[in-house]
Each structure stands twice: as C-alpha cells, then as structure tokens.
Ligand binder design. Structure first.
Ligand code: TXA
Ligand code: MG
Length: 360
C-alpha cells in the first residue's frame, strides 16, 4: 500500500511504501498565508514549484498557477472540476508581461490598457506561442488582465510570469469573496490561500474580445459596458444574453426581472404577486434596503442584499445570502433591481442563478 505523506510546512510530497498497513498518517493541510511580503514570497515559491495558490483580486478570489506551464494549468482544471472547453484568464503585472502573452498587440488594446488597466477588464487577443493550448481551451486567442489589487500585483511580480487564474470556486458554484469562502470550496485540494480580506468589488472582470470586428463583450463585469462603448466610440456587440451555464445551488431561484419599475411600491407589488403564486412556506425574498419594510408590512419574509444605490454591495450581498441560507428556505425570489451600467453584470449573475425568470 502506498500512502502519501505530505509535509505541510515545507510543501513537500513524499511517498511511503508499506506492505500491508498504513505506516503513517498525516492530514493534508491548506496553508493560510497573510498579505505581507514574507508570506507572499512563500506563496510565490509554492506557485513556482508547480503548486496552486488562491489569492485576492479586486473582483473575486482567484486560483493561481503558472500561466506558461501546461502542468500547472491542467491542475487548475482538475481541482476546479472545470469543463476543459472553458478558457482561463492570464493575470499580468506589467506591459511587458502582457506583450509576452499576445501575438502582436493592436493599437486599440494599448488605448484600453492606458485607460482601464490595472483594473477589472479582460482583453481577448491572439495568443503568443508561449501560452499553452490548455489555457485557452484550444483557441487561438487568450484572455489577459492586469488586476488593480496590490496583493495580486505583488504576487505576480514575485513569481515573475503571468498567473493563470479562474475564480477560486468549484465549477458552477458562486465566486469566492473571502479566503474563508475559498477554504470551504477547495479545502485540501490546493496548496495555500492568501488572506487579503473581503474583495472590494465582488463582480468578475468584464471580458471583451478584440480579435474580431465589431468587438464583442463576452461577459459583463465590474467595468460597465457603456463605459467601454463611450471610450471606444464604436459599436460593441453584447455577445452574452442568457448565460450558458447556471450556478449549482441548493434552492430554487426565481428572478423577477424588469427595467421599467421606477417606484418601490411597483417593485414590491411585482414580487408579492410572484410570492403569492409560489404558495406555501419556505419562500425568502432577496430585496434591498429601500424595499425591505414594504415586504415586512405585507407579511412577506425578506432579507436585504444592500442599498439600490450600491450595486457592488448588492452583488456581494447576493453571494453572502445564498451561501448562508437556513435549510428551511426552499425558494428565493430576487426582486427587480435597476438596469444599465454595472447592473448589467448583476442581472447576468441573477440569470445564472435563476431556475425561473419572470419578466415583470
Ligand atoms: O475577475 C475575474 O476575471 C476573475 C479574477 C480571478 O481575475 N477571474 C475569472 O476567471 O472570473 P474565470 O475563469 O472564472 O472566467 C473567465 C471567463 C470565462 O467566462 C471564459 O469563457 C472567458 O473568461 N475567457 C477567457 N479566455 C477567453 C478566450 N480566449 N475566448 C473567450 N472567452 C474567454
Ligand atoms: Mg468563474
């Protein structure tokens, strides 16, 4: 029998051979690291040694490995249980690193970089020969972004090459906002997590494909699409629509969707109508600071995701609430939120969660 003995302190893996019994037993432990330089150096050496480390970015926690190593990237797919046809993003911390990933950077990309990087914007462009095919799921293009989070930048600098990093959750589950979320999701499957506190935005980066004309936004994210349109002053196709993959959740989610309800009483009316039709108990409304009292006044159980003036708070509130639902809740109903700007990304998130969409 072979038992794997892992020295959790040095991050070494040893194999011990025994004829008939387990001769030692060691619990594999994920290392919790801080955001200081000493711990980041440890994180960087784990990554350089082919390991996987989760770390904060300004959007969500990422699960990072060496972007130019097919072995590290293959490991990321395995740990996340991710479908091999969904490409990963490379994270860089300098223009030089970006240029290394791309086969000839066009002028328009430099313009976007100067305006929006570092930040939550992923550019899809033809890949260079350095990028292994497994990163791009066999495509000729690669997605690259330069995160604005200081910890992410320092870590990439220390590693000295791009980090491939999807959100640090299992495939089709909610993105992680804290190191604790990562631990719950990936536990002993990865080498370490850098705890940098809760992420500031909580919404993934906006992904734009610059390899085709007109440009195509592949995923709405933290950087509002209208901002991109205004800056580029040319047509940008919204190539997303209904998400092709849904979150796997333990409850049934109904999303009441509307762009035309300006009055809070209309918002509450439309939700009350749906709740009435869902009938018996176990229904929880995901509302906002502005509507919560109205639900209570009508005897409807509700919780606030945050203020309708703060879309990023609502986006994070949504994840937090879904992660900690009491077991008696069977169905949740999302109220209509404002439209446009960064709300497009939240609409996309709600659609990804919804089993049923009611257009109000
Ligand atoms: O904010 C973010 O982007 C986070 C943090 C960790 O940086 N990362 C993230 O990665 O959300 P992930 O793997 O969960 O999502 C990457 C998205 C996927 O929807 C993928 O289809 C798209 O980017 N993508 C990446 N490269 C692409 C390519 N070459 N062509 C088309 N889509 C691409
Ligand atoms: Mg993801």
């Amino acid at each position: 029998m072979i038992t794997r003995l892992r020295d959790t302190f040095l991050g070494l893996t040893l194999s011990v051979l025994s004829e008939s019994r387990i001769i030692s037993f060691v619990v594999v432990e994920l290392r919790l690291l801080g955001p200081g330089m000493r711990d980041l150096s440890v994180a960087a050496s784990l990554i350089k040694g082919g390991g996987l480390v989760a770390f904060p970015t300004e959007t969500v926690y990422g699960l990072g490995g060496l972007g130019f190593s097919a072995d590290s990237v293959t490991k990321i797919f395995r740990v996340k249980d991710r479908s091999p046809d969904v490409p990963l993003i490379l994270h860089v911390s300098s223009l030089r690193m970006f240029e290394e990933c791309i086969d000839g950077v066009p002028e328009v990309a430099y313009e976007l970089v100067r305006r929006f990087w570092p930040g939550p914007l992923t550019l899809v462009l033809p890949k260079s020969h350095k990028v292994p095919e497994v990163v791009t799921a066999g495509r000729v293009t690669v997605g690259v972004r330069w995160p604005s989070h200081e910890v992410t930048q320092k870590l990439i600098d220390l590693v000295g090459e791009p980090l491939a990093a999807p959100s640090a959750n299992r495939f089709m589950s909610l993105p992680p906002l804290t190191a604790g979320d990562v631990v719950i999701e990936l536990d002993d499957l990865i080498d370490a997590v850098v705890d940098g506190g809760e992420v500031p935005l909580g919404v993934e980066s906006t992904v734009i494909d610059l390899s085709v004309r007109p440009f195509r936004v592949l995923r709405p994210g933290s950087l509002p699409v209208p901002k991109l349109e205004a800056f580029l002053s040319e047509e940008v196709i919204r190539a997303y629509g209904m998400p092709s993959r849904k979150y796997r959740l333990g409850v049934e989610v109904v999303y009441v969707r509307s762009c035309s309800l300006g009055m809070m009483t209309d918002v509450v009316d439309s939700v009350a109508d749906v709740v009435g039709r869902l009938g018996s108990g176990g229904v929880l409304v995901l509302g906002s600071d502005e509507t919560l009292r109205d639900y209570f006044d009508r005897g409807i159980e509700a919780v606030s995701l945050g203020s309708r003036r703060k879309p990023f708070e609502v986006g994070k509130g949504f994840i937090r609430v879904l992660r900690s639902l009491p077991s008696r809740v069977r169905k949740v109903v999302i109220e209509p939120f404002p439209c446009g700007g960064v709300w497009e990304a939240l609409d996309y998130r709600f659609l990804k969660a919804a089993r049923k969409v009611v257009e109000a």
